[in-house]
Write a protein that binds this ligand. Structure first.
Ligand SMILES: Nc1nc2c(c(=O)[nH]1)N[C@H]1C(S)=C(S)[C@@H](COP(=O)(O)O)O[C@H]1N2
Ligand SMILES: [Mo]
Length: 193
């Protein structure tokens, strides 16, 4: 690790560094011949439901951040630069109700993941359209994925199509298969058994 020039304190327990970007998911990679039928829905405990087209999403203010990502299968990759739209831009339009405390991210093919709303509001979170200067590759979630770098990466739903705000936490796809609900890589919250 030292020879790679990384600060070992950045690596959570039980993880190793990879220079590649592995691909992990259940099911197939969706294909989008064009994005005219694509929408992002924001619904649940909000004042105003949203259904944004690809153009509308991309007209919102864009931001970027550089983060380390940690997969529960033990690889970590440092200095991933993501670009896209921060949740708070959508929250301005959707206006979460006071009851909104949790998020269910809805992806293609019924995939879901759950996080407390505070993790979506955090500075390091992003609805990402680009990674490392390029549009997301199909296998990494094109056209839009969630990025929640302070949780194991399974929370970061690829092929994101909806953000649902809820008052009660609802386990997502991997969480129902025995992955830890909280998924903090620094506490090694990998599995719930
Ligand atoms: N839609 C969807 N998103 C998903 C998954 C999935 O199965 N479906 N798997 C998760 C898991 S387990 C991981 S580790 C990361 C992997 O992201 P990557 O393939 O871009 O590295 O995506 C997450 N997002
Ligand atoms: Mo994963």
């Amino acid at each position: 690790m030292a020879e790679l020039g990384y600060d070992p304190a950045r690596l959570p327990p039980g993880q190793y560094i990879t220079e590649k970007w592995p691909v992990l998911h259940a099911g197939d990679v969706p294909s989008y011949p064009d994005l005219s039928a694509w929408t992002l829905r924001v619904f649940g405990e909000i004042e105003r439901e949203l259904e944004l087209s690809w153009e509308e999403l991309n007209r919102l203010p864009q931001t970027s951040n550089t983060q380390d990502i940690h997969c529960v299968t033990r690889w970590s990759r440092f200095d991933m630069r993501f670009e896209g739209v921060h949740w708070l831009e959508l929250a301005k339009l959707a206006q979460p109700k006071p009851a909104a405390r949790f998020v269910v991210a809805h992806a293609e093919q019924g995939f879901t993941s759950n996080v407390p709303l505070s993790f979506l509001e955090a500075d390091d979170a992003l609805l990402a359209t680009r990674a490392n200067g390029e549009p997301l590759a199909p296998e990494h979630g094109y056209p839009l994925r969630l990025v929640i770098p302070s949780k194991y990466f399974w929370k970061s739903a690829k092929w994101l199509r909806g953000i649902e705000l809820t008052s009660v936490d609802r386990p997502g796809f991997w969480e129902r298969y025995g992955y830890h609900n909280d998924a903090d890589p620094w506490r090694e919250e990998r599995y719930s058994f």
